[in-house]
Ligand binder design. Sequence first.
Ligand code: GLV
Length: 311
Amino acid sequence: MRCVFLSKSLDLRDYLGTEIPHLADRIELVDHRDDGTDADIQMAIAWKPPDDAFARYPNLQAVCSIGAGVDNILACPSLRPDIDVVRVVDPAQAQMMSGFVIWHVIWHQRRFATYLAQQRDQIWRRLRQRAVQEVPVALLGYGEIGQRVAADLAMLGFPVMAWSRTEKPMPAGIIGYHGHDGLADMLARTEVLVNLLPLTPQTRGLLNRETFGRMRRGGYLIQVGRGEHLVDADLLAALESEQLAGAALDVFVPEPLQPNHPFWRHPKIIVTPHDACDVSLTAVSATLRATADAVEAGRRPPHAVDRAQGY
Ligand code: GLV
C-alpha cells in the first residue's frame, strides 16, 4: 500500500529512518508532491500537516499520527470527514510519561527547588519532610497514559484521583471523578494537578484561573497535555499570588517557546521542550502496518479516534 508523508514541521522520512526497512514489505512510503492528484494513495502519515495537505488525495482512507495526540491532524482544514484518523497507543510511551510525571511530583513533594536554591547560597538547612500520603495528586485524563501514571503513583503511596469526561471504572486505590461537578470536587482535594488531556474544544483553556483557584493553596501543576490547555497569564498570576507553588511545563503555544516568554526565566517554573515521552518508532511502524491491513480489508483501523469527540 502506498502511504504519503504530510508534515510542515518534521522530515517524517528522516524521523522514521531506521523503521522504514521493517515496513518495506507492506508499505511504500512516498513523498508529498505539490502538483497533480494522487488517486492511488489510500493512507497517510502526518504530523502538523499543511492546511491543504489532504486536498490532493481523493481516495485517502486513513491517516496515522506519529504520537498519542491527533489534535494537529484534526485541525487541518482539508481533512475530509470520512477519513479515519489513527493515534499511536504505546505502552512504552505510557511508562516513560509515568516516570516523567513521578519525577516532578517528587520534586515538589521533597522541595528540591528549595534545596537547589539553598545550595546556590551554601545554606545547610534541613526541611520538613512530607510523607507521600500528604500529597494528593489528581490526573486530568484517564486514557492509556493516565491509567499507567495513576497506577504507578498509587504504588508509591500517593493518594491518586483521576478525572475523565465520562464515568470510567476505577481500580482499587484510585478515586474517579467525571463531568463538570466532578472536576470541582476533585480540584478541592488536589495538591498536584497533572494534565494529560487530549486537546478538544472542551478542554482548550481548562488550566485557568478558576481551575487553579479551586486547588489547595500551594499546589503544583504538571502540564504535559497541549500548550492550548493553559492560559499562560493565569498561571503566572497563580504563581505570583502563591496559590500555586510551582509548575512543570512541557508543552507550549507556540513551540518552540518564544525567546522572550516569561516562563523561561521564572524561578518557580521548570521548562522542558515537549520531551516528556516519545512514542517508539516500533509502535509507529506497528500502527502503520495495522492501519494498512485494516484499510485493505475494508475495516476501521485499530485506534482510529472518534472524530466527533476529538480523541
Ligand atoms: C506527543 O505530544 C504525542 O502526541 O504523543
